[in-house]
Design a binder for this molecule. Structure first.
Ligand code: ADP
Ligand code: MG
Length: 454
C-alpha cells in the first residue's frame, strides 16, 4: 500500500462521507504506515483522532479492503507539529526551536491504542475458541488472580489481539481502579531501547512494575533479542511476585518459540496455556452473520442474496481477517456499482481471494501422494485391507491429513472410506509413536510434507 493507493482510497471516501466531512476529517489525515493489519494515521489532536475513529474508521477500513489492503484496525496518533513546521518555508531567522511535543503527554497511558471494535460483545464464540474466550472472560472480571500468566496462542487472524483488547475494555468497566497496560512485544522492545538510549531505564522499570495488569501481544517477536528478553523476564517476575495479572499472546505454544531462553519459556508455561484452534464452518458463518448485521446498518439499501454467507464460510477457511476483508470488500464494491450482493458479484469481486484459498491442501491430494510414494493403489487407501503394507501408508496419510489440513477427525474418517474418528485417532497416534523410533519413517513423512506443500 502506497500513498498513491491512499490517494485513491480518499477519492472513494469523498463519495461515502460527503465533501464536508471529507474536508474536515479525512483530508488532514496522514498515512504514516500500514503493516501487520494496522493502518496508522497521524492526526493533529487527540480529539480529532477520537472523532475520526468513532465516525469514519469503518469507512476507511472498508475502502482500504476494497483497494486490496484490508486491515483490522485503524489507528490514530497525534503527530508532532514540528513536521508541519519543517514542511513550511524555512523560517527567516532562527526562531525558537519548535518544542518537540513528547509523544507521551500527561493524559496518555503509555500503552497501545485499543480498538473500539474488539469487545467481548463483538467476539463470536464457537468450539475452536471457547476455552480461550472463557479464560479471557475470567481475567476480565478482575477478581483474584488464579492463573498467571494467561498465555493465548494460535495462528494469524484467529482473534488473539481481539480477546486481549476485550479484556482491557472490560477491565475498565469492572475495575476502573486497576492500571491496565496493553502493548505489543515490539512496542515493549521499542520502549526498552528508547529508555536505554535516553538513560531512563529506572523510569522504564518503575513504569512496568507499577501496572496491575500487563498484556503483551505477539511475544514471539522478542525471540532472539537477548537484552529485551532479559528485561521482559525481570518485568514478568516482578509482576508475578506481586500477584499482578499477566496476559501474553503468541503465534505458537511457548515450547515452540525458538530462540527463547529456557527460563522464560518455563515461566510462560506456568500459568494457563490455551490455544485458539483454526476456525470451523459454524464459527465462520457466525462471524459473517454478526458482521453482516453491522454492515447492513452502515450500507443501507444494499441487499444480499441467500447463500452468499454460506458460500464464503465454506470457501474462505484461512483466517478471520481474510474473511472479514472479503465481506467488507463485497459491500464496498456493491455500493459502488449499486448492485445486489449475489454469487456473481462474489466471483467478480473476490476472485483473487477465492483462487488463493482453492490452493489449500485436500485429503484426496494427501492420499494420492502417499499412495504414490509407497507404491500402493489409491483405492486401497480408503478400502478395507488390513495388510501391513497397505495399513501403514494409510495411517501415514491419516497422520498427514490431521497435521496438514484443518479437517476434524470425523471429517477425515469420512474421506477414508467412512472410518470412525477413533480409527483415525489411532492411526495418527500410531505414526507418532513409530516416528519416535523409526528414522526412516521420519524421513518419509518429512519428504511427503515437503512434496505436499510445494
Ligand atoms: P490475531 O491477533 O490472532 O492475529 P486478531 O485478533 O487481530 O487476530 O483478529 C483478526 C480479525 O478477525 C479482527 O478483525 C477480529 O475482530 C476478527 N475476529 C477474529 N476472531 C473473531 C471472532 N471469534 N469473532 C469476531 N471477530 C473475530
Ligand atoms: Mg494479533
Amino acid at each position: 500500500m502506497t500513498n498513491e493507493t491512499w490517494g485513491q482510497v480518499r477519492e472513494e471516501l469523498i463519495k461515502r462521507v460527503g465533501q464536508n466531512n471529507y474536508t474536515t476529517w479525512i483530508e488532514p489525515l496522514r498515512l504514516s504506515h500500514l503493516k501487520n493489519g494496522v493502518a496508522s494515521f497521524e492526526v493533529p489532536t487527540t480529539f480529532f483522532g477520537d472523532w475520526v475513529s468513532r465516525n469514519f474508521a469503518d469507512h476507511i477500513r472498508g475502502q482500504l479492503a476494497f483497494a486490496g489492503a484490508p486491515v483490522d484496525r485503524v489507528e490514530f496518533t497525534v503527530g508532532a507539529p514540528a513536521d508541519r513546521a519543517a514542511a513550511a518555508k524555512p523560517a527567516p531567522r532562527a526562531a525558537a526551536k519548535p518544542a518537540r511535543v513528547r509523544a507521551a503527554a500527561a493524559e496518555d497511558v503509555p500503552g497501545a491504542q485499543l480498538e473500539q471494535r474488539f469487545t467481548f460483545d463483538n467476539f463470536v464464540v464457537g468450539k475452536p475458541n471457547e476455552l480461550a474466550h472463557a479464560a479471557a472472560r475470567r481475567v476480565a472480571e478482575g477478581g483474584p488472580v488464579t492463573f498467571n500468566p494467561l498465555f493465548l496462542y494460535g495462528g494469524v487472524g484467529l482473534g488473539k489481539t481481539h480477546l486481549m483488547h476485550a479484556i482491557a475494555h472490560e477491565l475498565k468497566i469492572n475495575r476502573p481502579d486497576l492500571h491496565v497496560l496493553y502493548l505489543s512485544a515490539e512496542q515493549f522492545m521499542y520502549r526498552f531501547v528508547q529508555a536505554l538510549r535516553d538513560k531512563q531505564i529506572m523510569d522504564f522499570k518503575e513504569l512496568f512494575r507499577s501496572v496491575d495488569v500487563l498484556m503483551v501481544d505477539d511475544v514471539q517477536f522478542i525471540a532472539g533479542k537477548d537484552s529485551t528478553q532479559e528485561e521482559f523476564f525481570h518485568t514478568f517476575n516482578a509482576l508475578v511476585d506481586q500477584n499482578k495479572q499477566i496476559v501474553i499472546s503468541a503465534d505458537r505454544a511457548p515450547g515452540e518459540i525458538k530462540d527463547l531462553e529456557d527460563r522464560i519459556r518455563s515461566r510462560l508455561q506456568c500459568g494457563l496455556v490455551v490455544d485458539l484452534h483454526p476456525t470451523d464452518y459454524e464459527l465462520r458463518l457466525g462471524i459473517l452473520q454478526a458482521k453482516l448485521e453491522h454492515y447492513s446498518n452502515q450500507y443501507r439499501g444494499l441487499t444480499m442474496a441467500p447463500g452468499v454467507l454460506e458460500f464464503l464460510a465454506h470457501r474462505i477457511t484461512t483466517n478471520v481477517r481474510v474473511l472479514e476483508g472479503a465481506l467488507m470488500r463485497l459491500f464496498a464494491f456493491a455500493s459502488l456499482v449499486g448492485r445486489e450482493i449475489n454469487l456473481d458479484l462474489v466471483m467478480e469481486c473476490l476472485s483473487d481471494i477465492l483462487r488463493s484459498s482453492e490452493k489449500r491442501l485436500t485429503i484426496e491430494e494427501i492420499q494420492r501422494k502417499v499412495a504414490e510414494h509407497y507404491n500402493v493403489r489409491l483405492s486401497d487407501m480408503i478400502g478395507p485391507k488390513r495388510l501391513r503394507t497397505i495399513a501403514r501408508p494409510r495411517q501415514v496419510a491419516m497422520y498427514l491429513s490431521k497435521q496438514m489440513t484443518s479437517r476434524s477427525l470425523p471429517e477425515i474418517g469420512r474421506r477414508f472410506g467412512g472410518r470412525d474418528h477413533t480409527t483415525i485417532m489411532h492411526g495418527v497416534r500410531k505414526i507418532e509413536e513409530l516416528m519416535a523410533a523409526d528414522a526412516q519413517l521420519v524421513d518419509d513423512v518429512q519428504l511427503l510434507k515437503r512434496l505436499l506443500q510445494s
